[in-house]
Design a protein around this ligand. Sequence first.
Ligand SMILES: Cc1cc2nc3c(=O)[nH]c(=O)nc-3n(C[C@H](O)[C@H](O)[C@H](O)COP(=O)(O)OP(=O)(O)OC[C@H]3O[C@@H](n4cnc5c(N)ncnc54)[C@H](O)[C@@H]3O)c2cc1C
Length: 327
Amino acid sequence: MQDARQDEQFDMIRTWLLPDVPVLDGDEDFGSYLKRIGFTDAQIRYAQRMFVNAEGDSLPNISATAALGEIHEKANGQGDFRVLDGYDTLAKHLAEGLDIRLNTPITAIDWSASQVQVTTGSGTFEADQVVITIPLGVLQADTITFIPDLPADKQNAIRNTRMGPGLKMIYRFREPILPPDIMALFSNSLPPMWWSPSFGHNTDQTVWTAFATGDWARELMALGDEGALAKGLETLRIELDMPELQPEAMHLMNWTAEPYTRGAYSVALPVYPNTRDELARPVGRLYWAGEHTAAHGFSSTIHGAYVSGVRAAKEVLAAVSRQQAVS
Ligand SMILES: Cc1cc2nc3c(=O)[nH]c(=O)nc-3n(C[C@H](O)[C@H](O)[C@H](O)COP(=O)(O)OP(=O)(O)OC[C@H]3O[C@@H](n4cnc5c(N)ncnc54)[C@H](O)[C@@H]3O)c2cc1C
C-alpha cells in the first residue's frame, strides 16, 4: 500500500504544468493533445482517471479546446466542498417562496404564439417567457415535442454535445476495509477508482464508492447492474487481497438509465468546442439554462447550473423591459 502511494500513477495529488502549446487548428481530442505535448502513457492514464471523471467522458471524446479552457478557468471557485446537511438543503433554500410543481413532466412546448404553452402530465401552463432547464440528455431523447421545431442551429448544438455516461457503485461493509488514513483506492482494473465518502468524518469508513464515466462506465453498463457490481467487488477483492470480502449491501446508480437525466453531465466533443454558447442562446420566447449551457469551467457543475439560471433570468428581465419600452 505504501508503495502504491509513492507510484506516480497512483498518487492521489499530482500536478504537471501544461506547457503553453496551442491546440491544432480546428480542435483535436484531449488525449491526442496531451500525447503531442509529451505526456507519457502513464501520465495520460493518470489524467484519464483523475480528470475525466470530472469531465464526463474518456480523453479521445473530449475537445482539447474546451478542456484547456476549463483547466485555465480561474473564476470557478476554490475546489470541492461538502454540504454536510445534504445537497438538497441548497435546492430547498433556492426554492423558498417559489411555486414549484414536482412530478410534473413536460411533454410539449408550443412556442408558436405570443403565449408559450407548456404541456405536462398535469395540465397545460401558459407563460410570456419560458426558461428551459431540461438536462441535455433529455433534450437529445426527443421526449419533449417543440412546436414548431427548434431552429437547426439549436438542434445541431443539442446533437453535437454529448451527455456523458456516469455511474456510481456503492458498497457497505460490516468493518472498515482499509486503514483510516486512506481515502482513495486506485486500480488498473475496472472500475479504476474508489473513495470512502466518510473519510475525514467522524464515522467508520465502511462505505466505499466507485465512480466511473466514459469508456469505463460503458464497459460496466454492458455487464448489467448485477454484473457491474460483481465486477467491482471482484476488483476490490483482488486489490485488497481479500478473496472472501463480502459487502453488507451494494447499490448501483446509473445516471444514463435515469429517464429525467439520461447521463451524468455534458461533454464538449472534439471539433465542437463551442456548442454550449449555442445551447445557451435564446430562441424567441424560450430561454435556456442548465449545466450544459454554462461556459467551460462552469459546465458540468452545480455552480454552472446556478450561474446559467441567473444568466437566463437576466435575459428574460431584459426582454420584458424591452417589450414594456415598446408598448
Ligand atoms: C454522480 C455525479 C456527481 C456529481 N458531483 C458533482 C459535484 O461534486 N459538484 C458539482 O458541482 N457538480 C456535480 N455533479 C454535476 C451536477 O450534479 C450537475 O451539473 C447539475 O445537477 C446540473 O444541474 P441542472 O439544473 O442543469 O440539471 P439537473 O440537476 O439534472 O436538473 C434538471 C431537472 O429537470 C428535470 N426534468 C427532466 N426532464 C423533465 C421533463 N420532461 N419535465 C420536467 N422536468 C424534467 C429533472 O427531473 C431535474 O430535476 C455531479 C453529477 C453526477 C451525475
